[in-house]
Design a protein around this ligand. Structure first.
Ligand SMILES: Nc1ncnc2c1ncn2[C@@H]1O[C@H](COP(=O)(O)OP(=O)(O)OP(=O)(O)O)[C@@H](O)[C@H]1O
Ligand SMILES: [Mg+2]
Length: 392
């Protein structure tokens, strides 16, 4: 007789290739990003003639920034190779490596796994990197992903040094190109002189995906990862509807994956809308948390104030005037100086952009700019707890 454990382990699954649902997986085809790939190719064409380029990719969470960079850079490396040129592509996640030396060490480790992780100054490490490139007669294509984390923690020093790298004569044949990726606008971190190295036309902006684009992205993953005809067509529609609220492909794919698990757990060979709903309920709290961690302190205080007010008043909406009053009280509570009215409005816009609140005109007209704020998805009480936790 088989054990319960064995039964469960050996039971059939709707997922034929879980790997294709992994966030690091790079599908052969990028959906609805043709124009953007073309723009990158135009920006970086000079690399094939050994001329370095710097660029910024920016856009909200899950809009394909990391994916497009990976896809583009590895394609470029292959094409250069066919022309007999060596481009070394290194992708560093600056949230994981948020100091100058950790980020640079990550680059050096690409060439030398055993390079000691301490004992060298930044300048010495830059020299080591130069030598490696000269030795290989290679140029470096360096992606600093989530670059805002590095800039916030360590400033512009490393990036400044790296952009200077190619200026020196010895390196004529081994230039260094940078792609900085960030959700937030990172130009304010740089001084005017450095900003000019990121020319206006070297900034690629990715927008949130529309509902129909998300539908196509989900459909691609269904075909890559699921057994034939195991995902109900209506489930795909529902996945697109739900994730369109965020415009976030990662959320859509995670929801698809969890829907598959939900079907598997019931030993059903068909992912139904009910499985999608179950996955949504489970995913929401996790996603909200990660997204909240991306907010700045005063954005959090603003969101906290709105949730508190909605709970206290037991209403669907709070008007912007009342929200601002509660925000000021909340700041007091946290010993923070309340920011100006204009800043408060920009926080409202930010957290609306991040999908936490909806803002609509009050409709009454008499109050000038007064608008109504609501929390579309998550009970005020849960929001209060989560924000409080992060503010601690
Ligand atoms: N156009 C696309 N076609 C197919 N899959 C996509 C597309 N865009 C994003 N994805 C998938 O969605 C997920 C999120 O994409 P990615 O990691 O590139 O987002 P991001 O913009 O870097 O997000 P973050 O700001 O959180 O780092 C990944 O699994 C990626 O493969
Ligand atoms: Mg990313």
């Amino acid at each position: 007789m088989r054990s319960i454990i064995e039964d469960e382990l050996m039971s059939s699954t709707v997922i034929k290739n879980p790997n294709a649902l992994d966030f690091d997986y790079v599908p052969d085809e990028l959906i609805h990003r043709d124009e953007q790939q073309k723009m990158l190719a135009q920006m970086f064409k000079p690399l094939l003639s050994n001329v370095s380029q710097n660029a910024i990719i920016k856009g909200p969470v899950g809009t394909g920034k990391t994916l497009i960079a990976k896809k583009f850079c590895s394609t470029l490396v292959n094409i250069a190779r066919k022309q007999g040129k060596t481009i070394e592509y290194v992708h560093i996640n600056c949230r994981k490596r948020s100091t100058d030396s950790m980020a640079l060490l990550g680059v050096i480790n690409h060439f030398d796994q055993r390079f000691p992780d301490r004992g060298f100054s930044l300048q010495e490490m830059l020299q080591v990197l130069k030598k490696q490139l000269v030795k290989r007669n290679a140029q470096l294509l360096l992606v600093l992903d989530e670059a805002d984390a590095l800039l916030k923690k360590s400033g512009t020093n490393l990036i400044y040094n790296l952009t200077r790298f190619s200026d020196e004569k010895v390196l004529e044949k081994t230039p260094l190109s940078l792609i900085l990726i960030s959700q937030k606008d990172i130009l304010p971190f740089f001084d005017v002189a450095s900003i000019s190295t990121f020319k206006r036309n070297n900034i690629l902006k990715l927008d949130k995906y529309t509902r129909d684009e998300l539908y196509d992205i989900v459909l691609q993953r269904v075909n890559l990862a699921f057994h034939n005809a195991t995902v109900d067509p209506e489930s795909i529609e529902l996945l697109a509807d739900i994730s369109s609220e965020w415009g976030d492909a990662r959320f859509a794919i995670e929801l698809l994956w969890k829907s598959g698990i939900a079907a598997d757990n019931q030993h059903i060979q068909n992912v139904k809308p009910e499985h999608v709903r179950a996955a949504k309920a489970e995913t929401y709290s996790v996603v909200t948390e990660t997204k909240l961690k991306n907010l700045e302190k005063h954005q959090l205080l603003t969101l906290y104030a709105i949730a508190k007010r909605l709970k206290k008043d037991e209403t669907a909406y709070v008007n912007t005037g009342d929200a601002e009053k509660t925000y000021m009280l909340t700041c007091e509570e946290y010993n923070e100086k309340p920011r100006t009215h204009t800043m408060f409005w920009s926080y409202l816009k930010d957290i609306e952009g991040a999908g936490f609140i909806n803002i609509k005109p009050s409709g009454k007209g008499t109050l000038g700019t007064t608008q109504l704020i609501s929390l579309p998805d998550i009970p005020a009480e849960i929001m209060i707890d989560k924000v409080k936790e992060i503010l601690k």
